[in-house]
Design a protein around this ligand. Structure first.
Ligand code: SF4
Ligand code: SF4
Length: 77
């Protein structure tokens, strides 16, 4: 069972603040900031499922592999 370490990356110039990605993410990785733009709050929860990317109407979000992926270490707290 391999969990891919990845994190969504939002292109703020393309994002229209529709919040589809925020609402569709099953892991609640994203939340709107004070301007309504999606902000990554739990990058470690992202499973790279691709739902946010697939549903963004403006192609403004993509999944980026996290550097150092595969170490298996968990540095929470
Ligand atoms: S790839 Fe999946 S888990 Fe990761 S932020 Fe997008 S919808 Fe959420
Ligand atoms: S779905 Fe795309 S356009 Fe809508 S808030 Fe997310 S990144 Fe922005």
């Amino acid at each position: 069972m391999t969990k891919q370490a990845a994190c969504p990356s939002v292109n703020l110039r393309l994002c229209k603040k529709c919040k589809i990605c925020i609402n569709i993410c099953p892991k609640k990785v994203l939340e709107p900031d004070e301007n309504g733009l999606p902000h990554v709050i739990y990058p470690n929860k992202c499973t790279a499922c691709g739902l946010c990317t697939a549903h963004c109407p403006d192609f403004a979000i993509e999944i980026m592999p996290l550097p150092g992926a595969g170490s298996g270490e968990d540095h929470t707290e």
